[in-house]
Design a protein around this ligand. Sequence first.
Ligand code: SF4
Length: 380
Amino acid sequence: MPQAEPGLYLHLPFCLSRCHYCHFNSVVYDAPLEARYAAALLGEVRLGARAPEGARANSVYFGGGTPSLLPAERIAALVAACRERFQLSDDCEISLEANPGTLSAEKAALWRSSGVNRVSLGAQSFSDGELRAAGRAHTAAMTGASLELLRQSGFDNISLDLMLGLPHQTPGSWRRTLETAAASSGVGHMSLYMLDLDEECPLGAMAREGKVTLPDGDETADLYAASVEYLRACGFEQYEISNFSRPGFRSRHNLKYWRREPVLAFGAGACSFDGRRRWTNASGVEDYCRRIESGRSPETGAETVEGERALSETLFLSLRLTEGLDLDRLAASRGEPLPEAYAAAIDEFCARGWMERRGSHLRLTVPGMLLSNEIFQEFV
Ligand code: SF4
């Protein structure tokens, strides 16, 4: 089977401030450090992650951090560097993560003219109390204004990130958030994430000390299940555990991760995969810059993913997708049936109603999606 065209990921780890629940690789914006980092990142893109000169790519994703915080000229220069080093397809999806309140008409115009055609906006909630409690640097009104600005700038492919399980969230406030998001014109995609608290983050400590009350896990699970139904009724098809889209608005780039297609990633902490080998860059911003500036590789770790490891990844990544997994096709590509332990686990999950099998096709049910982490443990 010919290998799928790769995607390119560029990590921009700067944010206005740190949200109380953040466990991503991000730092508070510092102009001199950001300029130094951008120069290093340009240098790494020009090296091309060992891809042959002129290699093809059909998606570019600026993730963070808050890429929209950077001067738009940086984004334009990085897109240009991608075009010089790679042959981007005519229909290349070029996504940029943005946070409300960090956009301007000038920035949006430059993003568009440089080729950005999709914006993923970190709305999280349309309740100011929830946003404040989560330490977000924006309000619901700022999200509305950013959406309007994007539409006026010609963006018709906008995704919203929303978060379930925030402090103060109630079924009513979540319903209002979801209704506002679904009714926003230009929004063709939504990602619903469950708040995932790291013990070390400020919100985790506040919850432990009883300074903040989080919604009950069962209630949040019910809200997730109801959201799947509500979004379907609004024309958003679920295609992955956390992702929903109107027809034609699935994220081409993110699908590559779940389908184990190649993604070449640049920047601090970025993780690349070429279909067989996976490698990771130094995660610290300064360490990453120093390595590039001194002509060293930013790579700090690598592994070859083969055999049973590759099989387990295929299982748990493709089961994240609602299209699921064709077991006969998988067995044919491997030249042998699934190991007995996996087959037994699948039978058990089907019996419990967490998976369903139609012919040779296997997928998670909605209750199974809510238990996906536990289920996937069986395949690791
Ligand atoms: S915007 Fe995202 S990356 Fe930045 S601090 Fe908040 S959660 Fe972390």
